[in-house]
Design a binder for this molecule. Structure first.
Ligand SMILES: [Zn+2]
Length: 432
């Protein structure tokens, strides 16, 4: 085999909750051994797993990677003001190549934080796909359609053209790392005819639908005033959830919306840091999970987080639900880990290839280093992963058996060049 993690603590996310003193083998991009030590096991490279914790590689199911170029810009504003008066005008100045530059920096940050796959909604998808492809990660990419009139024709719009580009150039590639999703930006930025057209595209190609939903109370209540139904009910009426779908935020979901999510198997993507920073509220994640809804985690973009660190956000996600419920047993550590592993893989339609440490699955793995003062006496590995660890504890990130990041070193990204280009792009955008 190519690589063997030896004598390591593992949270495989299936079967036993924790394996101690275990061995995990990787060969030809796949997990080929999970179990105890076997003297017959040998590999080209053996990693000593003492004081290390091995998890399935992490999923970030809602982000906007090029927004790393606006990290730290326009902080501490209301969402509508932030989006329409600050972020959108800068996005309008994005030049050729800037999406690639911003995406590459985000991918580098995510790799250092243990992420193996992300769901992105943005524009200039060609650049984002190139960055993800070069870096070696997995990505589901969509251009979230926005329509400015009820007559808007999706099939003549750039959002369709860019989706078609990903479909034609990446979606069916042999290693399956980069996929096209169908995208609707949000209920309040589009109309019924265009929703039906995006659904048509998703049905034709079996694509996952990615949408922002009920992020703010204003958006939620405006929809009810306009249509007499909640955003989830309104979109459901147009067939948006008849295809596999992921909905970001879901802060203001009502009980009837949760019923729709359960009946239509919609994934709710929780973005706790972005939602709190923009004062949108705290999504009812515990209720969704108890209702049987698949819940994943997203960081949102670097302009509203300002980090792309799922482990750090996971601690907040868990604590937030304890606070909401007035119950410290809400969203316990092991259940929280599902958001960034198995549930994330399911959200992206990758549940048969990834999200767990099991024989035959892609070797998508993250190894955390617990040999530090902040991790000493890490008695419960799940508690350590969720409540103590952040991205700074990530030692190694591997996707499909390929090490992409190890001990601060990037194997596929010229990081100094990437940071230089990013700073240059920010200057060109006129915000630095
Ligand atoms: Zn978003």
């Amino acid at each position: 085999m190519d690589l063997l993690f030896k004598d390591i603590t593992v949270i495989p996310m299936e079967g036993e909750r924790v394996l101690r003193g275990a061995c995990v083998g990787v060969d030809a991009g796949k997990i080929c051994h999970v179990g105890g030590n076997d003297p017959k096991l040998s590999a080209d490279r053996v990693i000593d797993g003492s004081d290390k914790l091995l998890l399935p590689g992490l999923y970030n199911c809602h982000t906007h990677t090029p927004m790393s170029l606006m990290r730290g810009y326009a902080s501490d504003l209301k969402l509508q003001d932030w989006l329409f008066n600050y972020i959108s005008p800068v996005e309008g100045r994005f030049a050729e190549g800037m999406a690639y530059t911003g995406a590459l920096i985000s991918v580098a940050e995510m790799l250092s934080n243990g992420v193996v796959s992300f769901s992105d909604m943005y524009f200039m998808l060609e650049g984002i796909a190139a960055a993800a492809d070069e870096a070696g990660v997995k990505a589901n990419l969509c251009n979230g359609m926005t329509a400015f009139s009820p007559e808007f024709d999706y099939f003549k719009d750039r959002s369709y053209m860019e989706t078609a580009y990903i479909l034609n150039n990446y979606h069916h590639r042999a290693d399956g790392r980069i996929k096209a999703d169908a995208g609707i930006h949000a209920e309040f930025t589009s109309f019924g005819r265009a929703w039906r057209q995006v659904v048509e595209l998703a049905e034709e190609h079996g694509l996952i639908m990615h949408i922002h939903l009920s992020e703010t109370l204003l958006e939620h209540e405006n929809c009810k005033a306009k249509y007499g139904t909640t955003p989830a009910q309104t979109l459901n009426g147009y067939g948006v959830f008849d295809v596999r779908a992921i909905a970001a935020h879901c802060v203001w979901l009502e009980d009837s919306d949760i019923d729709i999510f359960r009946e239509k198997s919609v994934t709710a993507v929780h973005n706790p840091v972005s939602n709190l920073k923009l004062s949108s509220g705290a999504a009812p994640i515990e209720r969704l999970i108890k209702a049987g809804v698949n819940v994943a985690l997203g960081t949102d973009g670097a302009a509203s987080n300002n980090s792309l660190d799922p482990l750090a956000d996971l601690k907040l996600a868990s604590i937030l639900q304890k606070c909401r419920a007035g119950d410290p047993t809400a969203l316990p550590a092991y259940e929280a880990l599902k958001l960034v592993t198995v549930n994330g893989a399911a959200a992206q339609g990758r549940e048969k290839e990834s999200g767990r440490i099991a024989l035959g699955l892609d070797a998508d793995l993250v190894m955390l280093d617990l040999h530090s003062p902040r991790q000493t006496a890490a008695i419960d590995p799940a508690a350590s992963a969720v409540y103590s660890c952040t991205g700074r504890d990530v030692e190694l990130t591997m996707c499909q058996g390929r090490i992409l990041y190890e001990k601060g070193e990037y194997k596929t990204i010229d990081i100094e060049k990437a940071m230089f280009e990013a700073k240059r792009a920010v200057k060109k955008l006129g915000i630095l």
